[in-house]
Write a protein that binds this ligand. Sequence first.
Ligand code: SF4
Ligand code: SF4
Length: 110
Amino acid sequence: MAFVIAETCIDVKDGVCTEVCPVDCIYEGGRMFYIQPDECIDCALCVSVCPVEAIYPDDRIPEQYRPYIAINAEFFEDKVTGWGSPRGFEPEYRTDKDHPLVEKIERRDI
Ligand code: SF4
Ligand code: SF4
């Protein structure tokens, strides 16, 4: 299991979840943050601090957000960043890129 960031993070992206994650497995993209599924230890700390309820465990994610399981995982693959598993956020693991499905979502003024 891993936790997953879903659509309501897009264009909000305040980074609060990154401050509580004990293993720094939440990484910054252009319009949202993404959880590295192999690094997440399922502690759920991030869920309680997210102001827009964007974070779910992958086995209990609402149906409309199920694509975000793959979107979070694929962000780290060659099709987006190619970072793989960096084993913890560092400043060089920050990008303006997003998963192609996230790029297609209309911008919101929040
Ligand atoms: S569940 Fe825990 S380990 Fe996983 S992203 Fe959230 S805070 Fe980090
Ligand atoms: S706390 Fe929620 S809205 Fe803020 S960056 Fe994390 S997932 Fe996105």
